[in-house]
Design a protein around this ligand. Sequence first.
Ligand SMILES: *[C@@H]1O[C@H](CO)[C@@H](O)[C@H](O)[C@H]1NC(C)=O
Ligand SMILES: *[C@@H]1O[C@H](CO)[C@@H](O)[C@H](O)[C@H]1NC(C)=O
Ligand SMILES: *[C@@H]1O[C@H](CO)[C@@H](O)[C@H](O)[C@H]1NC(C)=O
Length: 152
Amino acid sequence: MASKRTLLLVIAVAVASMVASGAPPVQPPRIQADVIVMGFVPCNNGTSMRTGSAPGFAGAVVQLQCAADDGGAGLAANATTDGKGRFRMALNTTVAPSSVASRCDLVVGTPLASCNAALPAAGTLHSNLRLIASMVFFPQGFSYAAAASSTD
Ligand SMILES: *[C@@H]1O[C@H](CO)[C@@H](O)[C@H](O)[C@H]1NC(C)=O
Ligand SMILES: *[C@@H]1O[C@H](CO)[C@@H](O)[C@H](O)[C@H]1NC(C)=O
Ligand SMILES: *[C@@H]1O[C@H](CO)[C@@H](O)[C@H](O)[C@H]1NC(C)=O
């Protein structure tokens, strides 16, 4: 089971890198993990933003946050986006990949002002997950949420 999942992961990563680069990779990356979460973080304060809807948010810290119930506890990971706003995180988990999407979401704590000074210096971007392959998750689309008021 573990080796089958690892093989599927290698295939999924290889396909994803071919799509991204438009050419077959010379050396497909080999990452051993149960679950991979990858995608694009936009530098904008819109709603349900997909790839291409805004410039990439470089250097953003993306946190995978999961509900702590029924074995989801401890399922957490961080990644930092590259210069084009793309990130990838891999993690081993005992949680079934099919339930990761319902338990977990992505939160970007890095202020939007750090990629565009005209954007708010507070608040977060967040996105639910969608399963795109047997264990590969993409953000459904990031949405901006203003910071909760600290005066109440
Ligand atoms: C992710 O980063 C946050 C904030 O820096 C930290 O509190 C948390 O422990 C990190 N989680 C993991 C799994 O590294
Ligand atoms: C997942 O577990 C395998 C086997 O123990 C290990 O080789 C691999 O580095 C782990 N991957 C991550 C992302 O922790
Ligand atoms: C997005 O940022 C702009 C510039 O700071 C601001 O005028 C606008 O109100 C923000 N939109 C939301 C939904 O916060």
